[in-house]
Design a protein around this ligand. Structure first.
Ligand code: PMP
Length: 360
């Protein structure tokens, strides 16, 4: 089989065993004579898939009972709007920590809804670090603080989650959910698009503390209100059924791997292999501050755009694909999500060594 190592930032590589299971069940799911794609979302079979997916997520993330898990469409990008539409109400304001392209988009959407302020920013150094946050300026009118726990494009991540006390902390965890252990109780809302560590595009997971549901203005369109999803077990309308099923398979796979604790260890090992090589290399370098380096998305460069291009092309020729960096930062980026096996990282490092020997 000619599968490649796919270093895409998302949609991203899935575990092979997950794809094989989906393939096996594709034409007839549990003797129903139907594909999951053909099952009614009101059928017992689908309801079971939905319940199991939620239970698995609760189990692997140790989600406390006072949090709801919502299955939403519209990507993490819709959450940029839904968060302020549901929380930034009645004259309050929200603080955003500005750490890159995605936090900018989140902030821009919130600005359309209400009053926002930047709590801290790393724009002064091209988002190559995570800024220090001063929580002492938060007041009783602060409706929430928004952070992007992992910056997919810039390659940084929060190692210490800020303690915002009574003020709810809202986190875009799109690119590092399930990659390392986190304490859900530190957050008011966690949201993530599924197409990186959770499955496929089309599904967004929202984990929300119950007391944050039900504050939206009554004229907010139904589908934008968290209550709609919470009160109808995400079945108010047709949810993305196949995407939910794929998340179930990914979570089962994750459990088989030993859960998030085990995956975190593997992720640390994988990222270290690549960072160690980059640090030793005379050709490749990283601009990101060491302490703030992401485990999931690793941007790196050579000194010339031309050499970067040759690298990306030659890597693709040997089955190491989608290594082009985001256009805003250039160079290369290797995304090492949970499903990237260590063999893929070893193959990449070996290729980088050979490339450096040949062109250095
Ligand atoms: N936030 C982050 C951190 C992301 O990485 C992405 C997607 N790459 C998004 C938001 C946007 O997600 P979506 O495409 O699901 O709207």
């Amino acid at each position: 089989m000619d599968r490649v190592y796919n270093f895409s930032a998302g949609p991203a590589q899935l575990p092979l065993s997950v794809l094989e299971k989906a393939q096996k069940e594709f034409l007839s799911f549990e003797q129903s004579g139907m594909s999951v794609m053909e099952l009614s979302h009101r059928s017992k079979l689908f309801e079971t898939i939905l319940e199991q997916t939620e239970q698995l997520l609760r189990e692997v993330m140790e989600i406390p009972d006072n949090y709801k898990v919502l299955f939403v469409q519209g990507g993490a990008s819709l959450q940029f709007s839904m968060v302020p539409l549901n929380l930034l109400v009645k004259g309050g304001h929200a603080y955003y920590v500005h750490t890159g392209s995605w936090s900018k988009k989140a902030l821009n959407e919130a600005k359309k809804v209400g009053k926002t302020q930047v709590l801290a920013s790393s724009e002064d150094q091209d988002f190559t670090y995570i800024p220090t946050i001063d929580v002492s300026i938060l007041d009783e009118n602060t409706k929430y603080v928004h952070i992007t726990t992992n910056n997919t494009i810039e390659g940084t991540k929060f190692t210490d989650i800020p303690n915002t006390g009574e003020v709810p902390l809202v986190a875009d965890m799109s690119s590092n959910i399930l990659s390392e252990q986190i304490d859900v109780s530190k957050f008011g809302i966690i949201y993530a698009g599924a197409q990186k560590n959770l499955g496929i595009a089309g599904l967004t997971i929202v984990i929300i503390r119950e007391d944050l549901i039900g504050h939206a203005p009554s004229d907010l369109p139904t589908m934008l209100n968290y209550s709609t999803y919470a009160n109808n077990r995400s079945l108010y309308n047709t949810p993305p059924t196949f995407a939910i099923y794929m998340t179930k398979l990914v979570l089962e796979w994750l459990k088989e791997q030993g859960g998030v604790k085990q995956i975190e260890q593997q992720n640390r090992e994988k990222a270290s292999l690549l960072y160690n090589y980059i640090d030793e290399s005379h050709m490749f370098f990283s601009k990101v501050k060491r302490e703030d380096r992401s485990l999931m998305n690793i941007p790196f460069l050579t000194k010339s755009d031309e050499l970067n291009e040759i690298f990306i092309k030659e890597a693709a020729n040997v089955g190491l694909v989608t290594l082009k960096g985001h256009r805003s930062v250039g160079g290369m980026r290797a995304s090492l999500y949970n499903a990237m096996p260590i063999e893929g990282v070893k193959a990449l490092v070996q290729f980088m060594q050979e490339f450096e020997n040949k062109n250095g």
